[in-house]
Design a protein around this ligand. Sequence first.
Ligand SMILES: N[C@@H](CCC(=O)N[C@@H](CS)C(=O)NCC(=O)O)C(=O)O
Length: 203
Amino acid sequence: MPEYKLVYFNGRGLGELVRWIFLHGDIPFTDERVEMSEWPEKKKVTPGGKLPLLYIDGKPLWQSMAIGRFAAKLAGLTLDDTLDACYCDAFVETAKDLLSEMYKIMLSEKSQEEKDKELREEYVVKTLTPVLEKVNKRLETKQWLIGDKMTWADFAISRSIDEVALHFSDVVSKYPNVSAHAEKIHQLPKIKEWRAKRPNTSL
Ligand SMILES: N[C@@H](CCC(=O)N[C@@H](CS)C(=O)NCC(=O)O)C(=O)O
């Protein structure tokens, strides 16, 4: 088997979904974490200057979604049908938007008060709630998001819920199908074990 090394910051962020997929698939990988203090120097020698990167036998693959899709294929979490595979991608991008829109506000230069207001009045209303409504409705009649098989779309949505619920559990809890679906992924043995022991970081 090739050697896999995931390089990301010492946080969950865009690297965490890839970690979950590798862990669930029992695919050995090195979880290399870069501290923010070392990043300015490391960035200079990092291909593309952004993380995550997945080194496959020493050769880097960039872009978190391309990395996630690759890991998902290895873990048997993709679908063969072309259109179904695209629906998976669409949910995965939606899940990524949930995180990036939230982080964008959290990491902005604004005061904490302004950020809290923007998160509640803009992010929750315009980004989070529409996604929760859509996913909750879809899960009224389905066990998994696409077809009748668990895919990396289920992982991506429940990974984003994992993060979003840290800040907006009051909002997420209004959507029982979303919470129950996330819980199904969170209770998978490798994911449960990892969530209990993963490094305690702020993001
Ligand atoms: N579209 C890229 C975005 C990568 C990205 O912006 N990574 C951030 C961390 S989440 C980063 O490397 N920031 C440090 C920098 O730009 O110097 C992906 O999905 O992988």
